[in-house]
Design a protein around this ligand. Structure first.
Ligand code: DAT
Ligand code: MG
Length: 155
């Protein structure tokens, strides 16, 4: 791996709309083929408490109540992915928050129309990635493993 490329970890959620629409595999497939490495995954119902902690930064905003209702409305697929520059890479694969502003080819462009049904979550900084991973997963749920293709993907 190049010295300037730091291995980062990001929390990825396939939100309730993505699960209901059968897009869990599509999201995983895109992250796998990008070359990111899966560290942890669990299919779960999000509690009110977890939702409120996860989205604490948005408390008080007009869309907050709807956001909490949405994320707790049905199960999500929660995952941790890692790789060089994983934060930027995964957010690029997801596309901009508003699907109509997301780059063509991104998940939110290809599968979504509305900001309140935008399929996925991905951490927005290295620091938030660390915080969110420890909020959603216990240390024992994070799997350290060697992938035989790493040397063909990580320089
Ligand atoms: P992102 O999910 O791209 O990191 P964010 O952290 O700014 O975006 O907002 C979290 C979620 O809140 C976002 O995925 C959808 C919802 N949201 C954000 N801005 C919104 C708005 N103006 N109206 C409705 N929902 C919004
Ligand atoms: Mg965000």
């Amino acid at each position: 791996m190049l010295m300037e490329d730091i291995v980062e970890r990001t929390l990825v959620l396939v939100k309730p709309d993505g699960v209901q629409r059968g897009l869990v595999g599509e999201v995983i497939s895109r992250l796998e083929r990008r070359g990111l490495r899966l560290v942890a995954a669990k299919f779960m119902q999000v509690s009110q408490e977890l939702a409120e902690t996860h989205y604490a930064i948005h408390k008080g905003k007009p869309f907050y109540e709807g956001l909490i209702r949405y994320i707790t409305s049905a199960p999500v697929m929660a995952m941790v992915w890692e790789g060089p520059n994983a934060i930027a890479a995964v957010r690029q694969t997801m596309g901009s928050t508003r699907p109509t502003e997301a780059a063509p080819g991104s998940l939110r462009h290809d599968f979504a129309l509305e900001v309140g049904r935008n399929l996925t979550h991905a951490s927005d900084s290295v620091e938030n990635g660390q915080k969110e991973v420890s909020l959603w997963f216990t240390p024992g749920e994070l799997i350290a493993w060697q992938r035989d293709t790493d040397r063909w993907i990580f320089e």
